[in-house]
Design a protein around this ligand. Structure first.
Ligand code: 13P
Length: 341
């Protein structure tokens, strides 16, 4: 393993003003997104949609440090035959790949899941590296509910995350370590804080046990945030203050950067939260975005599957990427959203 090189990639992924586009929706998830805009989820439509994003010159070259791809996409070519991976590289962005194979029910733990995909991962990573991937992603899912999460679920998922991260580094690929605590429940922000803290502590314990080099990884956590169905929604200031406090307590300064998932927050909330954290300042790591929904909802709506809407889709994408790029520096203002509208 060449740690200097891994560190260089990790640092580039969280460069100030830039963040990551999570475009790694599985076939099931992209179908849900396409259903919402009444577009059929065919291989060609998925290709056209992602090609539109990766050809957004302004967004990609100025604000997007890296793109997480799904297996289908990394092997796809643009309409003119250029590999989609090349479009990303030509824009000065880094291709990455989702390598987990989804979740399965966890025995003895009703309602809980474990992420799978470790078998043959070493071989798959080799092929992805040859194709151009320089970082990867593995997502663990932890749900909050009555009596859950159990320590069993936290522990097996942290173990798998660390196994994955160690295999990535051995293959000269930067692992994005993503332990996602879902925001779907009716719990309040303090419960989210407690659970996320436990999950992060266990994850870093496993990363150390399995000798993962912290300088050569990126963490992708959820924020400390109220559950979507909670009657009392925490303010932007409270989310920012509690998330920063939680991360400072759990994430070693050796980690170059933290790139949040959006997890179902609205576009503007996801931007406002990131911005407020960076405005607090004095942080030991870079804080940026690795958003899926919060970057793509607007371009999906503007595009709606019609080739005549490609420019509008790209404009919508460039706007969200720009707003989040500013938030990664604590330089966003809500007035900038209104001006664009
Ligand atoms: P969201 O930002 O839509 O949560 O997606 C990010 C992601 O990659 C989840 O794994």
């Amino acid at each position: 393993m060449n740690l200097t090189e891994l560190n260089k990639i990790a640092v580039a992924m969280v460069a100030p003003g830039k963040g990551i586009l999570a475009a790694d929706e599985s076939s099931g998830t992209i179908k849900k997104r396409f259903d919402a805009i009444k577009v059929e989820s065919t291989e060609e439509n998925r290709r056209d949609y992602r090609e539109m994003l990766f050809r957004s010159r302004e967004a990609m070259s100025k604000y997007i440090s890296g793109v997480i791809l799904y297996d289908e996409t990394i092997w796809q070519n643009a309409k003119d035959g250029t590999p989609l991976v090349k479009l990303i590289e030509q824009a000065g962005s880094i291709p990455g790949i989702k390598v987990d194979e989804g979740t399965q029910a966890l025995p003895q733990c009703p309602g809980e899941l474990v992420t799978v995909g470790l078998d043959k991962l070493a071989e798959r990573l080799k092929k992805y590296y040859e194709r151009g991937a320089r970082f990867a992603k593995w997502r663990a899912v932890i749900d909050i509910g009555s009596g859950i999460p159990t320590m069993t679920a936290i522990s097996v998922n942290a173990h798998a995350l660390a196994r994955y991260a160690a295999l990535c580094q051995a293959a000269q690929i930067v692992p994005i370590v993503e332990p996602e605590v879902l925001m779907d429940g009716d719990h309040d922000i303090d419960r989210c804080y407690d659970v996320t803290q436990r999950v992060l502590n266990k994850t870093f314990q496993e990363l150390r046990v399995q000798r993962v080099e912290l300088e050569g990884m990126v963490l992708k956590p959820n924020m400390a945030i109220s559950g979507k169905k909670c009657a009392k929604q925490a303010s932007v200031a409270e989310v920012a203050e509690k998330t920063v406090r939680m991360l400072k307590a759990c994430v070693p300064a050796a980690v170059p950067g933290i790139a949040f998932l959006s997890g179902g927050q609205s576009d503007e909330e996801a931007t406002a939260h990131l911005d407020a954290m960076n405005k607090i300042g004095g942080l030991p790591w870079k804080l940026t975005f690795s958003y899926g929904r919060a970057l793509q909802a607007a371009p999906q709506k503007a595009w709606a599957g019609k080739s005549e809407n490609v420019a509008a889709g790209q404009r919508a994408f460039a706007h969200r990427a720009h707003m989040n790029g500013l938030a990664s520096k604590g330089a966003w203002e809500s007035g900038l959203e209104k001006k664009a509208a």
